[in-house]
Design a protein around this ligand. Structure first.
Ligand SMILES: Nc1ncnc2c1ncn2[C@@H]1O[C@H](COP(=O)(O)OP(=O)(O)OP(=O)(O)O)[C@@H](O)[C@H]1O
Ligand SMILES: [Mg+2]
Length: 263
């Protein structure tokens, strides 16, 4: 039976799709059979982040409207053959119900270890559809107050669902700003939200550039390391957290912080 995990946030643009795509790749690299489902119907971009948008023949709406079987709509990843994407190209979001998504998730459950649902922003119908089909939730936030407030509202709503396990991914942390006390640190955010972190991802130009073009992170890059730690925490229940401040500590770190200020 697969773990069914919705990746949600409340606020838009905080990195749900980037987390879904890169967490999926890290899980697949660990040998886990993983499927990523885009439930952001109409505003889809998971297929773009995965670099498979040109391979989409059938999407989630074709599955729901019985134009194909779910396995025909899965696009196998270019790098990992145990990783698939179910895209959401169509515009007919209004025709889709939570039961439809749940049916698809159920039908994939035996064949995969992880089902990650990339949730739309907001707390409207699309959010409820994705959450209703999930057993666990990863709430993505950035260190900014507007994102944290929305994450807090989402956590309150998730408490009304049959969600067994909620965890936090704090995305776009800048170690230099944290060290200068200009950005909330991980402990501050965890204390505000009362949900434990499963991962911390640094602000990183590679993610920004690559996620929007479907190009993969470089092996050994700090962004990839952060996603690998996230995947291991999720899978093994460990609590290791990527330290974004590490390279900004000490004398050399202070020079780096000052240099960052000048660019
Ligand atoms: N850690 C990061 N560092 C730098 N850029 C990032 C990071 N995470 C995400 N981004 C960039 O931020 C933008 C928004 O990310 P993404 O599309 O994943 O957010 P989202 O929450 O899925 O948005 P939406 O609510 O619209 O679905 C993208 O261009 C992405 O590449
Ligand atoms: Mg998205």
């Amino acid at each position: 039976m697969a773990r069914r995990i919705v990746i949600c946030s409340g606020k838009g643009g905080v990195g749900k799709t980037a987390v879904c795509a890169n967490l999926g790749m890290s899980l697949a690299k660990m040998g886990q059979r993983t499927v990523l489902i885009d439930t952001d119907i109409g505003l889809n971009n998971l297929d773009v982040a995965m670099g498979v948008e040109n391979k989409v023949v059938y999407d989630i709406i074709d599955v729901i409207e019985n134009r194909c079987r779910v396995k025909q709509a899965l696009i196998t990843d270019t790098m990992y053959d145990n990783l698939c994407t179910l895209a959401a190209h169509g515009q007919a979001a209004h025709k889709i119900t939570g039961a439809n998504i749940k049916h698809i998730v159920n039908s994939l459950s035996e064949s995969f270890d992880y089902i990650l649902l990339d949730c739309p922003a907001g707390i409207e119908v699309g959010f409820h559809r994705a959450v209703a089909a999930s057993d666990e939730a990863i709430i993505v936030t950035t260190p900014h107050i507007s994102a944290i407030r929305d994450a807090d509202k989402v956590i309150a709503i998730l408490n009304n669902y049959m969600i067994n396990n909620m965890s936090l991914v704090i995305n776009r942390i800048r170690g230099d700003l944290v060290m200068n006390f200009e950005m909330l640190d991980v402990d501050n955010i965890v204390e505000l939200l009362g949900v434990s972190p499963v991962g911390v991802i640094p602000e990183n130009d590679d993610i920004s550039a690559y996620a929007s073009m479907g190009v993969r992170l470089k092996n050994g890059s700090e962004a990839m390391e952060a996603f690998d730690i996230l995947a291991k925490n999720l899978h093994n229940g460990t609590k290791k957290i990527y330290d974004c401040t590490n390279k900004f500590r000490g004398v050399i770190g202070k020079i780096r912080r000052n240099l960052k200020r000048m660019v």
